[in-house]
Design a protein around this ligand. Structure first.
Ligand SMILES: *[C@@H]1O[C@H](CO)[C@@H](O)[C@H](O)[C@H]1NC(C)=O
Ligand SMILES: *[C@@H]1O[C@H](CO)[C@@H](O)[C@H](O)[C@H]1NC(C)=O
Ligand SMILES: *[C@@H]1O[C@H](CO)[C@@H](O)[C@H](O)[C@H]1NC(C)=O
Ligand SMILES: *[C@@H]1O[C@H](CO)[C@@H](O)[C@H](O)[C@H]1NC(C)=O
Ligand SMILES: *[C@@H]1O[C@H](CO)[C@@H](O)[C@H](O)[C@H]1NC(C)=O
Ligand SMILES: *[C@@H]1O[C@H](CO)[C@@H](O)[C@H](O)[C@H]1NC(C)=O
Ligand SMILES: *[C@@H]1O[C@H](CO)[C@@H](O)[C@H](O)[C@H]1NC(C)=O
Ligand SMILES: *[C@@H]1O[C@H](CO)[C@@H](O)[C@H](O)[C@H]1NC(C)=O
Ligand SMILES: *[C@@H]1O[C@H](CO)[C@@H](O)[C@H](O)[C@H]1NC(C)=O
Length: 665
């Protein structure tokens, strides 16, 4: 029986239970299981099986002490790593009972699997032949919307209440050490009704990884359950759930009140349009001024220099930048901006100027005293990760100049305040256009094609043309910004890495990125290269063409992932069914089909089979070049990997994951 039918059976069992009694979801049935055969199977009566049994016994007796335990059994020949987590509100008796049942469940459900995870309502148990401790990977999610009933009146109102509460308790769980990565909350909805929420992370990951995991889970919770009265997302390292009844035991971490005000969407849109026009006007005016002044001083400034000269007037000290060693040095290229100036520009970071919230902090719109519009990213104070991401971004993108990369025009740091100042992008990000049914109608095929071409050119510059070889590592539609003319600009370099000239690939223990866009070799093994960016590009390409999200696509019955769906239709010669009908009306069929083919080439399982970004640009640009026939993409079926030979001592050791080695050409 494969994973899919197992899953289907449990979802069926679960929905039967849900129908019988809504509050009686716990007890003995698992909510979900994830048995992975990517590392192969172990054989009966092997040392591994023996160690696994010892491990599960140890977890059963040790987890109830604190509600969480990480243990490994065996030496390098047949080592097994295990982890158990009880829901934060269980007492030791309930915890022991749950882990005990889960330990039996995981053995019977995941027959001979070398890597497995099982979720129950009150606990989760996981083991693997690989060392996964402290490694945050946002995959393996499972959604359940307890209430098949749709919210009829005003889902936006319900959503804004629960997302407010869930975001608050996510922050509490991640950054308040006394809570041990578990928090519950309640928010008043109407006079007689409240919404209850719960979030939890496994305690082996860092606070910022926990925060990032929860944020991604909340994104998926919105996808599945926007119109529902309750729902949950289970993933390897974190869980989130909300209901309209209290499903956990007290005490409650956050009791919140939320004041809902009806947003007016078309009003916002008009404001954006007006700003777009104003932006272009002020740009032209500044351009004239710059030319005027430079003539008067008889100085030959080019556009870049005059703009940076402008910022120098604001700078308290001379311009500063951060070197690769992490030191602060002066630089003409990247102006330092004083905190008071940024505060004045953004109206002291007022919430009305807030454009959005990213993984590492909020983004505000600002207007400098000369009228230039800017986007200010304010890195989260609580995140210790912040400084590293900050240095990374300043160091990297401050030096990059390309029309398809967002321009950093200044930065600021004072105390624990860390600011990045970018050019303002009136059309926000690509995800808003491709996933919103209303805004999608504004996209015709030509625009989509130019956006894809722009992203591809930006990546070629990063991979091949800039002074360094740069891997972005987190390419996704929300990181592609659009200017007034809908030209694509890649942003968010917080996770990017620089490679030396001869370097091809690198490994990392900290897999960061977004599920759905990460290449399999990176998500599973932390192995990244230019080809992992190519994979992400392929996913974005297929999402633009189909108008469907890869993340969360499994919710439909057609196929488990968007990639599998594309592949299925491609093989059957029905690729036009994959394309969003509104694009078919506005573009040439042969060009669109060609793009589906290029997208499939980019998401092939083996990184060596994927084209480079410059090959992609060539294929996009010339009708004459015939793209090769794609092979099966990753994630479309389970991978078959040779069974590790336990007797000859080739089992996996922890070193394979922890080494941060780099393989030269
Ligand atoms: C491992 O076991 C599962 C379940 O019995 C089976 O579906 C799968 O084909 C096996 N894989 C290998 C590589 O033997
Ligand atoms: C494993 O051990 C059990 C009990 O010792 C025995 O009955 C069974 O045949 C063994 N299985 C294999 C595959 O060796
Ligand atoms: C797991 O339990 C063992 C035995 O009680 C203990 O030594 C270890 O510190 C525990 N690990 C964690 C992460 O709590
Ligand atoms: C690993 O453990 C097995 C039995 O537990 C033992 O026979 C073997 O010598 C050990 N290997 C090492 C490298 O310690
Ligand atoms: C644990 O909680 C359960 C139900 O919430 C309760 O019946 C039981 O008495 C509690 N046990 C202890 C030791 O507190
Ligand atoms: C477990 O897998 C083995 C072979 O890997 C097979 O013989 C056995 O029937 C399977 N058991 C179940 C319950 O699927
Ligand atoms: C809920 O809404 C979705 C989408 O609008 C629809 O497909 C589904 O049939 C509705 N379900 C019920 C039970 O009304
Ligand atoms: C959650 O809300 C409480 C009460 O409004 C507030 O004090 C706290 O700072 C908030 N926490 C986060 C992380 O937003
Ligand atoms: C929520 O509403 C209930 C009933 O109106 C009220 O008793 C309670 O104090 C309110 N809680 C908050 C935090 O406003």
């Amino acid at each position: 029986m494969d994973r899919f039918s197992l899953c289907a059976i449990f979802i069926l069992v679960l929905s039967v239970c849900t129908i019988c009694s809504v509050s009686n979801v716990h007890a003995v049935e698992p909510l979900s299981t994830l048995c992975s055969y990517q590392y192969g199977n172990y054989s009966a009566n092997s040392t591994f099986e023996n160690n696994l049994k010892l491990l599960l016994q140890s977890l059963t007796s040790n987890t109830p002490i604190t509600g969480f335990n990480d243990t490994s059994v065996g030496n390098s020949t047949a080592q097994v790593y295990g982890q158990a987590l009880c829901r934060g509100d269980t007492n030791s008796t309930e915890c022991r009972d749950c882990v005990k049942i889960a330990a039996q469940g995981i053995m019977s459900q995941c027959n001979k699997s070398l890597d497995a995870l099982i979720w129950y309502e009150r606990c989760q148990v996981r083991y693997s032949v690989m060392n996964f401790f402290s490694l945050m990977v946002y995959t393996g999610k499972y959604t359940d919307s307890n209430y098949p009933r749709n919210v009829t009146a005003n889902p936006a109102r319900l959503y804004s209440h629960w997302i407010y509460m869930m975001t608050n308790i996510s922050g509490e769980a991640a950054f308040d050490p006394s809570l041990q990565m578990f928090a519950t909350g309640v928010v008043n909805f109407t006079a007689s009704r409240a919404i209850y929420g719960l979030v939890q992370c496994t305690r082996d990951i860092s606070a910022s990884d926990c925060n990032s995991c929860l944020r991604q889970a909340l994104g998926d919770l919105r996808t599945c359950c926007y119109t529902r009265e309750g729902g949950m997302i289970l993933s390897r390292n974190c869980n989130v759930r909300f209901e309209h009844y209290q499903f956990y035991n007290g005490p409650v971490t956050s009791v919140l009140t939320y004041h809902y005000s009806e947003g007016n969407r078309w009003k916002k849109w008009i404001i954006v349009l007006v700003l777009c026009v104003l932006g272009s006007v002020s740009f032209v005016v500044i351009g004239y001024c710059a030319v005027f002044f430079s003539r008067r001083r008889k100085d030959e400034f080019d556009d870049e220099r005059s703009r940076s000269a402008l910022f120098h007037d604001y700078a308290a000290p001379v311009g500063v930048a951060i070197t690769e060693a992490g030191d602060l040095v002066s630089s003409d290229e990247l102006p330092f901006m004083d905190l008071t100036i940024v505060k004045a520009a953004t109206d002291d970071f007022s919430s009305s100027n807030k454009l959005g919230q990213g993984g590492f902090g909020a983004v505000y719109k600002g207007v400098l005293s000369d009228g230039t519009e800017v986007a200010v990213k304010r890195l989260s104070r609580k995140s210790w990760q912040g400084l590293e991401e900050f240095k990374n971004e300043v160091m990297l993108i401050g030096r990059l100049k390309h029309r398809n990369l967002v321009r950093l025009i200044g930065w600021g740091m004072e105390g624990d305040e860390k600011l990045l100042i970018y050019e303002f992008m009136p059309n926000r990000s690509l995800d808003i256009f491709i996933f919103d049914p209303e805004k999608r109608t504004e996209l015709d095929w030509r625009t989509c094609y130019l956006i894809l071409d722009g992203i591809a050119r930006g990546l070629v510059y990063l991979h091949e043309d800039s002074r360094h070889k740069i891997i972005h590592r987190d390419l996704k539609p929300s990181n592609v910004l659009l200017d007034c003319g809908m030209e694509a600009k890649i942003s968010d370099f917080g996770m990017a890495r620089i490679f030396g000239e001869k370097q091809i690939t690198a490994n990392t223990k900290r897999v960061v990125g977004t599920y759905g866009y990460m290449a399999p070799e990176y998500a599973m093994g932390g192995h990244f290269s230019v080809k992992s960016d190519v994979f992400s590009f392929g996913v974005v390409m297929l999402e633009i063409i189909s108008g469907k999200r890869n993340n969360g696509f499994y919710l439909t019955e057609l196929a488990q992932t968007l990639l599998a769906y594309a592949w299925k239709l491609w093989q059957e010669g029905k690729e036009l069914e994959f394309v969003d009908p509104s694009l078919l009306d506005s573009g040439s069929t042969s060009e669109i089909v060609r793009c589906v083919q290029i997208g499939l080439l980019c998401v092939q399982e083996d990184p060596a089979d994927r084209p480079t970004m410059s090959e992609v640009v060539t294929l996009l640009g010339s009708e004459m070049r015939i793209p090769p026939e794609p092979k099966q993409p990753a994630y479309s079926v389970g991978r078959v990997v040779p069974v590790p030979d336990q007797s000859s001592g080739t089992g996996h050791s922890a070193n394979e994951m922890t080494a941060s080695t780099i393989f030269p050409r």
